[in-house]
Write a protein that binds this ligand. Structure first.
Ligand code: 0A1
Ligand code: ZN
Length: 883
């Protein structure tokens, strides 16, 4: 276990490294329990002052076997080696070569950080601080070196040996059953991007010709037999490579690009230079095994990791505080790729739904932190929705504020100016300031101030002066460590919609047209005036979700219905329906809690009916509009004293009302979309299935017998996983006999396939009934379940804690007890996984008093447990707000 000295780490304490590493020669002899690592480093003093500093190398759980400096053994009195540090107090004040031999046990590595075994495959995960678990090293991203890696292993145990870069040599080790491979990566990189893999892997190969005409070999390595499931991943990779050339002018730079899929992985995937390592969930897909949603995630994650080659690898982060520099930017890039490949509107709506469900919740609770935190105890806990998703929104706002041309120029300058460097957020933003001549000092607050800005907008039309005045007031709530805030720069895309549904021309009071329809709000309170407006318009604000804010506008239900039907901005058409539904649900929750009945609203129903009736709309958009806000969305809107049972009841009742009211149209659409067509995961096919399954889901919500048999039939006859899983998901929400039969059938069909059995776990964890907790507990003893595999834990236990608001938040606290006990059991083995699971309790303060007290007590029991990992200790302390 790591020691906790020298924490917290603060951004303001950053100092350039005392020692730099120019080259690393690694020689790794793989063995299941005793892997020998020889590292030869060429070190040179950093530019950090004249006096030679001690050399302090990071380690974690290492055993030093030997140490040589410039070819001679270092005398014992000249160094100190502990399991987590190697110090040479007086190294020579010049460049020198240090040879370090350590021994590690990959089979004992249950943290899945450093060198570990996934099944029989050897693989590494070095971000953020895993390289120090392989050898002693200055394990920080601003130390960039050129790596040569020799791997040696038993030929039958590990016939495939891979590392970063290009293969330079391979062969047998004479007189043994072993062989070796030598890989060289010419691009200097930080240690977190190092990777090696060894094992019995099958491979699918393809080629890509880059825009300058270079041929690149593409390989995806998987468990033998899984090759046919790599088609979509390979296709996604080639499309991502082409897109990066066209959209950003970025070309791939090595002769080979490899992806390896492993089944034990803490996150989604990792962008190691030239050798991406993936959670197999995000590689493997076939129509029979993966849903449309899986296909989309695979495409997005393959693209994300590939795009890191420029945003993260060629230009990396100076320190871990700059994590959003690579992650926010790369998420922005993968979202843009998906928008170009599929429907831009649907992609935007999905991204915003995700942002609100995860990042807004994070921002509103005790784990809120800025996009660029100023302090951390454990960096593993900062791979968050705020750094990733809000980080992407911040990049998008730069584009919205400066326009697409200046944005592209700024990106080009960033690549030209900082290639090969470890950069900062300031350096990134400076590139945009330089190309556009715009002052971006106030914009930097998006990186430093946590919390979701709240914007109240009120518009008034004056027929006499033909002017429309929009008053905008912004505020930013306090967050941990930040009691008061400064005003933000908010790009607010607006339209004024006339009676005929067309946008009125936007002319500012000084006679200039409003550039690109974007107002720039900078003051706590500001009024914008539009001239020459001939009729009373309906304002459409924050179009395309131009800023990640919580917007309150003085729109009536009639205005919202009008926007839902007529706004030319598809995002705001969807938003108008969501706002109508949210207002109604919040009212209904209050009514239910007061002992009254929920009321139905013809307004929402009419708006939905109109959307369902609009044949010009993309079916994927219609499906999103039909999906009512989730329980977590409603809870977020209520904001305090939340009763999850009432929230569930209000939502379930409204879904039934919608299903009943629109039944005719829903059945019609369902039938119309049912004609047999071969499965294709393209935008049109995805959209068709999404709408058909959304119709089915609302019909089943009524519990009409004809709807339930329709779902049971779809389950049986489906020729693809999307339709089968959707039918099962909708059935499994209700206690009907068809549910048990379908769940049993599903397991019997797919029992040999862990990734599909994960879906089975997740569906059961989501059942909104009191028996679910016992069901989940029983499933932890199922032969297909394992606490050692992160995918299994997430599909069952995280799904219960995060996707089943009602049962996780049981009024007796048993949900909290189960999850926190699981956290404590997992922590000694896999602290990262345990800490993430614990973050499911981050919204405990908004609950009604009984549950709040029970959640707090469960958290306190975690805090009081002995020997917590730094990961869990950090999350529990911040969640309780007692650190
Ligand atoms: N850089 C990766 C995310 C990642 C972070 C930490 C990890 O450690 C287990 C693994 C992956 C990405 O953004 O995809
Ligand atoms: Zn990333």
């Amino acid at each position: 276990m790591r020691t906790e000295e020298a924490r917290p780490i603060r951004l303001e304490d950053y100092r350039p490294p005392d020692w730099l590493v120019e080259t690393v020669e690694l020689d790794v002899a793989l063995d299941p329990t005793a892997t020998r690592v020889r590292a030869a480093l060429t070190l040179k003093p950093g530019s950090n002052g004249a006096a030679p500093a001690p050399l302090v190398l990071d380690g974690e759980g290492l055993i030093l076997k030997s140490l040589m400096l410039d070819g001679a053994a270092v005398p014992a009195e000249q160094y100190v080696a502990t399991s987590d540090r190697l110090t040479i107090a007086q190294p020579p004040p010049r460049a020198f070569r240090l040879e370090i031999e350590t021994e590690i046990d990959p089979s004992a590595n249950t943290q899945l950080l450093g060198l570990y075994r996934s099944g029989r495959i050897y693989c590494t995960q070095c971000e953020a601080e895993g390289f120090r678990r392989i050898t002693y090293f200055p394990d920080r991203p601003d130390v960039m070196a050129v790596y040569t890696t020799r791997i040696e292993a038993d030929k039958t145990d590990a016939p495939v040996l891979l590392a970063n870069g290009n293969l330079v040599e391979a062969g047998d080790v004479p007189g043994s059953g072993r062989h070796f491979a030598v890989w060289h990566d010419p691009f200097p990189k930080p240690s977190y991007l190092f990777a090696l893999v060894g094992g019995n892997l099958a491979c699918v190969e393809d080629r890509f010709r880059t825009m300058s005409g270079r041929d690149v070999t593409l390989r995806i390595y998987v468990e033998p037999g899984k090759e046919p499931r790599c088609v979509h991943a390979m296709d996604s990779l080639k499309r991502a490579m082409r897109w990066d050339e066209t959209a950003f002018g970025r070309e791939y730079d090595l002769d080979i690009f490899m992806i390896v899929a492993v089944s034990d992985f803490n996150m989604g995937a990792m962008e190691n230079k030239g050798l991406n390592v993936f959670n197999d969930k995000y590689v493997l897909a076939s129509p029979e095994t993966a849903t449309d949603n899986d296909y989309e995630r695979i495409e997005a994650i393959i693209a994300h990791e590939y795009f890191h080659n420029w945003t993260g690898n060629r230009i990396t982060c100076r320190d871990w505080f700059q994590l959003c520099l690579k992650e926010g930017l790369t998420v922005f890039r993968d979202q843009e790729f998906s928008a170009d490949e599929r429907s831009r509107a649907v992609e935007r709506i999905s991204d915003v739904r995700g942002l609100r469900a995860h990042q807004f919740v994070e921002d509103a609770g005790p784990l809120a932190h800025p996009v660029r935190p100023a302090l951390y105890h454990e960096i593993n806990n900062f791979y968050t929705a705020t750094v990733y998703e809000k980080g992407a929104e911040v990049v998008r706002m730069l584009k919205t504020l400066l326009g697409p041309d200046n944005f592209r120029k700024g990106m080009d300058l960033y690549f030209a100016r900082h290639d090969g460097e470890a950069a900062t957020v300031e350096q990134f933003v400076q590139c945009f300031a330089d190309v556009s001549g715009t002052e971006l000092a106030q914009f930097m607050r998006w990186y430093s101030q946590a919390g979701t800005p709240e914007v109240i907008a009120a518009g008034r039309y004056d027929a006499r002066t033909r002017t429309y005045r929009l008053e905008v007031v912004q505020s930013l709530p306090p967050t941990p460590g930040q009691p008061s805030k400064e005003p933000m720069v908010i790009p607010l895309a607006v339209g004024l919609v006339g009676r005929d549904g067309r946008d009125l021309p936007l002319t500012l009071a000084d006679g200039r047209p409003l550039a690109r329809g974007v107002l720039t709000v900078k003051q706590p309170s500001e009024t914008f005036e539009f001239a020459d407006i001939g009729e009373a318009p309906v304002p459409s604000l924050n179009r395309g979700f131009s800023a990640p804010i919580k917007l309150v506008a003085n729109l009536t239900a009639d205005d919202l219905r009008f926007l839902a039907a007529r706004d030319c901005d598809p995002f705001n058409r969807w938003q108008a329906v969501q706002t109508l539904a949210t207002r109604l649900l919040v009212d209904n929750v209050a009514a239910l809690r007061a002992g009254g009945a929920a009321h139905r609203d013809a307004g929402l129903l009419d708006a939905l009916a109109a959307i369902l009736d609009d044949g010009a709309l993309d079916p994927a958009f219609v499906a999103l509009a039909l999906t009512l806000p989730g329980e977590a969305d409603i809870a977020r809107e209520i904001g305090r004293d939340v009763d999850p049972d009432a929230v569930f009841a209000a939502r379930a009742a409204l879904r039934a009302v919608v299903g009943e009211h629109l039944a005719g149209a829903l059945f019609d659409h369902y039938r119309r979309l049912s004609e047999a067509r071969p499965y294709r995961p393209d935008a049109a096919g995805v959209a068709r299935r999404a709408l058909r399954n959304a119709c089915l889901d609302l019909l089943v919500a009524t519990r009409r017998p004809d709807a339930i048999s329709l779902a049971a039939r779809q389950y049986q006859v489906a020729d693809n996983m999307t339709d089968r899983a959707a039918a099962l998901a909708t059935l499994s929400l209700y206690d009907v006999p068809e549910r048990a039969a379908a769940l049993d059938d599903f397991y019997a069909r797919y029992r040999g396939d862990p990734l599909i059995v994960d879906k089975w776990f997740t569906l059961q964890a989501a059942i909104p009934e009191p028996a679910t907790l016992d069901r989940v507990k029983a499933l932890t003893a199922h032969s297909a379940f394992s606490f050692a595999n992160p995918n299994r834990v997430r599909s069952l236990i995280s799904a219960f804690a995060m996707a089943n608001q009602k049962e996780f938040n049981r009024a007796d606290g048993a949900g909290y007890d189960f999850v926190t006990e699981t956290v404590l059991a997992l922590d000694p083995k896999n602290p990262q996984l345990a800490a993430r699971l614990l973050s499911a309790l981050k919204s405990w303060r908004v609950l009604e008093p009984t549950r709040r007290a029970l959640a707090q007590a469960a958290l306190r029991r975690v805090a009081a447990a002995p020997a917590l990992s730094p990961d869990v200790r950090d999350i529990v302390a911040r969640t309780l707000g007692e650190d």
